[in-house]
Design a protein around this ligand. Structure first.
Ligand code: SF4
Length: 493
């Protein structure tokens, strides 16, 4: 799958024994880099805030400036972030300006903050802050969130009540980490817990950490101790960690984390590794579409995220699996910023497709999801051009028919191949012999939980403002009106 990009990853850590935590943040961000590769940042607290920001992969900065910044620096408290911009301007300067963590200074308080998600009512919140005299510099949602929190801490009298106020005001998805100017760290998750957030307590070494995915703990030798609950805040200071339940809503965890975003070796609340769930998704596809599965000659996964599902499909159907599409590991060009011609070219540069092994075969092409469909369409054209007899597409994720307003880069109805088309029409558009989507009920059974956000496949959004935006955007799309830019900014005024 291509054309949809990860959003962000966060990490925070405190050592109660004055150990230097900077190496932990570095390794955590490396392990979370799949969640965002446009920019990254580290903020530590030692006699005030010390901030590093870089563009590209975290590993690139190790060679370009991070080493100098770290030299001689030591701290027992810090946060880190990797970002893929789903909001804001994409110029190099602006990407650096909007990189997180961000440090905000207003009304005699200062906080550093980083988050994963998206604020749906950002336009109204920004206007309200401007009318109160706050000077917002960047174009991302983060500073809106930070100013809102600073203002609320002042008006509500303390950090925890400030967070409670923010949860009541902000519509959207947000898993937040931050540091205060008196040396505490905090983390909180929106009332529906749409984006992930886990914590670790390592008592022997006196470490407390929070991360988007458990892999950030694994890489640091830390245990996965639990998850920040929807609507919960945690506050960590030199005496340890306190938890506060601040909002009560139904949990609606992003279903797409399982199919696409998360690393296969991460675990969420269900307790399974993501790769185990993906394997089950493949198995269920083979059962649901057993007639087509029985007719194919070979199973070919689209790398990387469909590989586990392809194994499940293989286990159930008994058909051979062959990695005939191989990704060139170090080609990092991003298809979304290219012209259609450049995209076609990069597809052949990005993947090595072993066409001589496909001739005359009926292929089950397993992909994690179908969003815009442009990469799949090109892939099918190449496979058919190489003489395959049939190409049947299997999507581990159900049919995506609605945009995501919660931090995923699929923002409008008209860009979605699944919007207003039935499966046969989609197959025809992609040039495939059939398209076979996971059903919603099979998806929930494979994941083992029902408390999921599935708004992009059902059109039912867990938050009120998003539901209203979707209704208006859908109407515009059905009228054939194109919405320029992000729906939350264009229609949210
Ligand atoms: S709309 Fe889809 S991608 Fe967005 S949070 Fe919900 S499940 Fe995830």
């Amino acid at each position: 799958m291509n054309g949809v990009h990860e959003h962000c990853g966060v990490f925070a850590i405190m050592s109660l024994k004055e150990e230097n935590i900077i190496p932990y943040i570095y390794w955590a961000l490396l392990s979370l880099n799949h969640r965002g590769q446009q920019s990254h940042g580290i903020l530590v607290y030692r006699d005030g805030f010390k901030l590093f920001k870089g563009l590209g992969l975290v590993e690139d900065s190790r060679l370009k400036g991070l080493g100098d910044w770290v030299d001689g620096l030591s701290s027992n408290l810090g946060i880190g972030h990797v970002r893929y911009a789903t909001s804001g301007n994409l110029s190099r300067e602006q990407l650096l300006e909007d990189a997180q963590p961000q440090v905000i200074n207003a009304r005699e308080r200062k906080i550093g903050i980083a988050y994963n998600g998206n604020i749906v009512n950002v336009v109204r919140l920004r206007q309200s802050l401007l009318s109160k005299g706050f000077e917002l510099r960047g174009t991302s949602d983060t500073e809106v969130l930070a100013y809102l929190l600073l203002d609320a801490i002042r008006s509500e009298g303390c950090l925890v009540e400030g967070i409670r106020y923010v949860m009541g005001e902000v519509d959207g998805a947000y898993s937040v980490v931050g540091i205060t100017d008196d040396g505490m760290f905090f983390a909180f998750r929106d009332p529906h817990g749409i984006r992930p957030l886990a914590y670790s307590i390592e008592e022997t070494r006196g470490l407390i950490a929070v991360a988007s995915e458990s892999v950030a703990f694994n890489v640091n030798g830390l245990p996965l101790s639990g998850f920040v609950r929807p609507g919960e805040a945690i506050v960590v200071d030199s005496s340890g960690m306190e938890r506060y339940r601040l909002a009560n809503s139904n949990s609606a965890f992003c279903a797409f984390e399982y199919a696409y975003f998360a690393r296969p070796d991460s675990k969420f609340e269900d307790g399974c590794y993501v790769f185990e769930i993906r394997r089950e998704l493949g198995r269920r596809l083979a059962i649901r579409y057993s007639e087509i599965a029985s007719r194919v000659d070979v199973i070919v996964p689209v790398p990387q995220t469909a590989i586990d599902a392809a194994y499940g499909f293989h286990e159930e159907s008994g058909k051979p699996i062959a990695p005939l599409i191989v990704r060139h590991r170090y080609v990092r060009h991003r298809a979304f910023i290219m012209s259609p011609e450049e995209r076609s070219l990069i597809l052949s540069k990005k993947y090595n497709i072993l066409l001589d092994r496909l001739r005359g075969l009926r292929v089950a092409l397993i992909d994690d999801s179908i969003v815009r469909g442009d990469t799949l369409r090109r892939l099918v054209r190449i496979l058919k051009g190489a003489g395959t007899k049939e190409v049947h597409i299997f999507s581990t994720f159900p049919k995506i028919t609605s945009p995501c307003f919660y931090g995923i880069d699929m923002a409008t109805f008209d860009e979605l191949v699944g919007f207003n088309r039935d499966t046969e029409e989609i197959a025809e558009l992609l040039g495939a012999d059939s398209v076979n989507y996971q059903t919603i009920s099979d998806y929930c059974k494979a994941v083992g939980r029902n408390d999921l956000c599935l708004a992009c496949v059902t059109g039912k959004y867990p938050t009120r403002y998003a539901q209203d935006l979707a209704r208006r955007a859908r109407r515009e799309a059905l009228l054939g009106h194109k919405i320029r830019g992000r729906i939350v900014e264009t229609l949210g005024r």
